[in-house]
Design a protein around this ligand. Structure first.
Ligand code: NI
Ligand code: MN
Length: 234
């Protein structure tokens, strides 16, 4: 699709997304693989993954971070506290950042954005809190601007994300329960003024009941909603 200018965006179920730029930079967002009931069976990740981006600490976003980093040689990018945590779990290469900041990773400028959610991991004797939850804007040289919202409610400052970065494609959670649902995501689409929406974080478990078709019905331009199955690419 020409909107993506040679970048490939592959949905791997839940919030897991693989981005491969036209220049070949490989980014995996929120690796949830082994216990992800919607991970496309038989899908093989590229041998080399340059970066793993984590939106927050919840296990359905971070479960496979350590093995993916080890097997595919990836640098893990996350908010400071979560990056340190992953370092402590044996990830060899990490980049810590924080909300509002941008790091340039090869041909991709990665900006960390606000998300309204929580961020923790269950450990043996309770929970460890891992900084703030986040989203990411990926501004790709000679490519598209992508926004992965992470787990979040809709929020008015999505208008600032539009003003600052003008994403063309948004990956938005729509399942409800733990995040916004289709009603709220429709407002997010208006605030962001994106041309294409990839609904994520739906259908993985019964509680994530929001559906892409519901979001499409609420938009003036229903064709903006990409109706992908896990394993499909934009
Ligand atoms: Ni979460
Ligand atoms: Mn989640």
């Amino acid at each position: 699709m020409s909107l993506l200018k040679g970048t490939r965006v592959t949905w791997l179920g839940h919030a897991t997304v693989l981005v491969v730029t036209a220049k070949g930079t490989t980014i995996l967002i929120d690796p949830f693989i082994e216990h992800n009931p919607k991970y496309p069976k038989g899908f093989s990740l590229p041998d080399k993954i340059d970066y793993v981006l984590l939106t927050h600490g919840h296990v359905d976003h971070t479960a496979d971070t350590v093995p993916v980093a080890a097997t595919h040689g990836a640098t893990v990018v996350a908010i400071y506290e979560l990056a340190l945590y992953m370092q402590g779990k044996g990830v060899a290469s990490t980049i810590g950042m924080n909300i509002g900041g941008t790091v340039k990773l090869d041909d991709v400028a990665v900006t960390m954005t606000v998300a309204h959610h929580s961020s923790s991991l269950q450990v043996a004797d309770g929970f460890v809190y891992l900084g703030e939850p986040a989203g990411y804007v990926l501004t790709i040289d000679e490519g598209p601007v992508l926004y992965h919202a992470g787990d979040t409610a809709v929020f008015g400052d999505m208008a600032l994300i539009r003003e600052l970065y003008a994403p063309e494609v948004a990956m938005l959670p729509i399942g409800g329960g733990y995040t916004m649902g289709p009603k709220e995501a429709a407002v997010a689409v208006r605030l962001l003024d994106v041309q294409l929406v990839l609904p994520i974080h739906w259908g993985t478990m019964p509680q994530l009941a929001g559906r892409p078709e519901e979001l499409a019905k609420l938009l003036d331009a229903p064709e903006k909603v990409a109706l992908l199955s896990p394993g499909d690419s934009l």
